[in-house]
Structure formats: C-alpha cells, structure tokens
Design a protein around this ligand. Structure first.
Ligand SMILES: [Zn+2]
Length: 176
C-alpha cells in the first residue's frame, strides 16, 4: 500500500483547526493534551526517539527521549500524534531514530509506510503549508540559508526538517 499523504495532511490540518492554532510555533504539547496523550520524558538508551501506547480508555502515553534536542523532541511528539490519528496503535509502538527525511527518500532504507505517513503528518502539523507559505513570502530576497535558520527558529524545528519541508512544498527557490 502506498503511503496516504493526503490523509496525513488532512488529519494534521483538522487538528490545527480544532485547536484554533493560527501561528508558529505550533503548540505541540497542547495538541497532545487535546488528544488525551500524556507526554513523558525519559532518557531512553540506544536509538529510541519515542514510543506511543494507547490505553483502553482511549487516552495515550507518548514517551520522548529526553536526550534528544528540543526541536527533535517536538518532531517526535508530532510523529507519535500522527500514529495515534492515522494508525491502530494498541500495543507499545517504538520508534527508533527514524530519519526525518523519509518522505523524500533521503533514507535509502526500506521503511514501513506507516512511518512515512507519521512523518508527513508531523511535517504538516509543525510546518503548516499556509503559514509557512506566508513566511516564505515575507523572506523574499533573503539568503536561502539565513531564511532556513530564521524559519527553523520561528517554527521550533531543526534546520534539517525545515529545509526538507521547504523543498517538499516547492519553496526551494526561496530568496533567489
Ligand atoms: Zn513511527
């Protein structure tokens, strides 16, 4: 089955609308609370970025690796919310250091489409195309690398995640 990109995008947009989020940075912790997902920071060993588990009563627990950079933690929270909204998470789901660039095939590894969908959801949630598009317009004429830095800071994501998102949305010509 091919990854359901449009479904992932739609679910992210629905959640932002429901929470009345209209500006960056996206309050990902508040969105988790809205979905009854408790966030627990833990110093996971090895390559674990995050885990997610849905309780019988519909609430959920998201475990985040406290050793990861804050921007990475935000991306992982968004990724796990994507699993909750897109996939039947029952038992513990463990994410081991998934590459943020899955969608663009930057990772050569074969990966589960549910991971690609969760990443697409996370990117669309943290960097909504409408908000980002307006910010990109405001930065017209700015050096591309500086624009990426500014946008990454504003959206509280890594520069890597931001540059992937900009290229996915066709903003690679930014500033030129
Ligand atoms: Zn995952």
């Amino acid at each position: 089955m091919a990854p359901r990109y449009s479904l992932a995008k739609r679910r992210a947009a629905e959640l932002l609308r429901r929470a009345r989020v209209r500006k960056a940075p996206i309050p990902v912790e508040r969105l988790a609370a809205l979905l009854k997902a408790e966030i627990v920071l833990q110093p996971f060993s090895g390559e674990v970025s995050g885990i997610v588990h849905r309780n019988k009563d519909g609430s959920a627990v998201i475990g985040i690796n406290s050793s990861d950079a804050p921007q990475r933690q935000r991306f992982t929270i968004a990724h796990e919310l994507g699993h909750l909204l897109l996939h039947a998470v029952e038992d513990l789901h463990v994410d081991k250091n998934f590459p943020i660039g899955l969608r663009n095939g930057i990772s050569g590894k074969a990966v589960d489409e549910s991971e690609i969908e969760a990443n697409q959801f996370a990117a669309a949630l943290l960097m909504p195309s409408d908000l980002l598009g307006k910010d990109v317009q405001r930065l017209t004429g700015t050096d591309v690398l500086i624009a990426i830095q500014k946008l990454a800071r504003k959206y509280r994501v890594s520069e890597q995640a931001m540059s992937i998102r900009l290229s996915t949305l066709g903003h690679v010509k930014l500033g030129t």
